[in-house]
Design a protein around this ligand. Structure first.
Ligand SMILES: CC(=O)SCCNC(=O)CCNC(=O)[C@H](O)C(C)(C)COP(=O)(O)OP(=O)(O)OC[C@H]1O[C@@H](n2cnc3c(N)ncnc32)[C@H](O)[C@@H]1OP(=O)(O)O
Ligand SMILES: O=C([O-])CC(=O)C(=O)O
Length: 371
């Protein structure tokens, strides 16, 4: 047996959802640069789930279905109040809430294609409500009910703050959602596919995916980037902070990637937004610090920033609490997870690799009193 640590380079499935070839990311053949500039997140959800862009009727129907399904069962909202709410990380709360939602869905174990599609709509619609309601309840605020007349992006920001976002805030958030929606067989998507390849239900797949996204080597990196920016504090401090970390062989969050070698194509869009939004909100120091860090890490380690690096200053300048950055990633990636879960069900085979055993050789059982 030969072992490929971290499954690097192993092709584990075929998929028609997204691809990364020669550092170019496409969703169903559409370049991410094209989608980031032009598409709404609702269009991207449809694209990932149906493998074609919607016509206006199809888009209208999906938008309506998402709006109509955004409310949560009262039991899920009440449950938040039972958590040790000041201490709970919102990703842990989200992981639990998605699992809990499954308990209130009578179709949770209905594996028909129609029922699974209806569940996908419900989950995509409800996840922003969960994240924003939790964010408010923990501050002693009432959740804000979703509105049917706002876009997915605007509705999220509205439910979070209680205020309608400005056009530029909505545009930036929509772009961030589009950029995070899918990414081939990343760790959380692979996790979702492994879970549902046992023919377990969608809620189990999504709960597993959220668990995998939470870690700082994956989605959790965006919050870790913000922690680093906060610790550095000023552009002048960046040199010594970064050099100190690199000398200690510590990783710089938001840099490096398993698949991209010459840079993550999503990062430039987030960098541009970070510049615009930090200037607009009088917080340019976060952009300037980020650029300085990028210069240091690329020149010394030849590691370009990934999607998580500039998304941190983008979300910060939208006034979002730092521990909500990874849940926001999950809100967007749910569209990709669900596409992959449905694709896995369509052409399923149990996912079960092997391990090379490196433990002791054959041993003989010895009764406890003789050990
Ligand atoms: C949405 C996303 O998930 S994007 C990724 C988000 N994660 C991060 O930003 C965390 C920081 N980055 C990393 O930890 C890694 O680059 C990963 C996890 C993204 C990719 O990891 P891998 O492909 O397994 O690379 P691995 O961790 O083995 O690193 C290879 C080498 O590059 C170095 N390296 C990789 N990333 C970094 C980094 N961010 N800072 C400093 N050095 C790094 C490693 O120390 C290692 O060096 P060595 O060969 O001298 O030991
Ligand atoms: O693909 C990966 O390994 C991680 C990543 O960038 C993502 O999930 O967006």
């Amino acid at each position: 047996m030969s072992v490929t640590k971290g499954l690097e380079g192993i092709v584990a499935t075929t998929s028609s959802i997204s691809s990364i070839i020669d550092d170019t990311l496409t969703y169903v053949g559409y370049d991410i640069d094209d989608l980031a500039e032009n598409a709404t997140f609702e269009e991207v959800i449809y694209l990932l789930w149906h493998r074609s862009l919607p016509n206006s009727g199809e888009l209208e129907l999906l938008t309506k279905q998402l709006a109509e399904n955004a409310s949560l069962p009262k039991e899920v909202l009440d449950h938040f109040k039972m958590y040790p709410i000041e201490k709970v990380h919102p990703m842990a709360a989200l992981r639990t809430a998605i699992s809990l939602l499954g308990l209130y869905d009578e179709q949770a174990d209905d594996m028909s294609e129609d029922a699974n599609y209806r569940k996908a709509i419900r989950l995509q619609a409800q996840i922003p409500t969960i994240v924003t309601a939790f964010a408010r309840v923990r501050k002693g605020l009432e959740p804000v009910a979703p509105r049917t007349d706002l876009s997915f992006a605007a509705n999220f920001l509205y439910m979070l703050s209680g205020k309608e976002p400005t056009a530029i805030e909505e545009e930036a958030f929509n772009k961030a959602l589009v950029l995070h929606a899918d990414h081939e067989l990343n760790a959380s998507t692979f996790t979702a596919r492994v879970a549902v390849a046992t023919l377990s239900d969608i809620y189990s797949g999504l709960t597993a995916a959220i668990s995998a996204l939470k870690g700082p080597l994956h989605g959790g990196a965006n919050e870790a980037v913000m922690k680093m920016l906060t610790e550095i504090g000023t552009v002048e401090n960046a040199d010594s902070y970064i050099n100190g970390k690199l000398e200690n062989k510590e990783k710089i969050m938001g840099f490096g990637h398993r698949v991209y070698r010459n840079g993550d194509p999503r990062a430039k869009h987030l960098k541009e937004m970070s510049k615009k939004l930090t200037e607009l909100t009088g917080q340019s120091k976060y952009y300037d610090m980020s650029v300085k860090i990028e210069d240091l890490v690329t020149s010394q380690k030849n590691l370009p920033p990934n999607v998580d690096f500039y998304s941190a200053s983008v979300y910060h300048s939208l006034g979002i609490d730092h521990d909500l950055f990874t849940p926001i990633f999950a809100v967007s990636r749910t569209s990709g997870w669900l596409a992959h879960i449905l694709e896995q069900y369509e052409n399923n085979r149990l996912i079960r690799p092997r391990a090379e055993y490196i433990g002791p050789g054959m041993q003989k059982y010895v009764p406890v009193e003789k050990r």
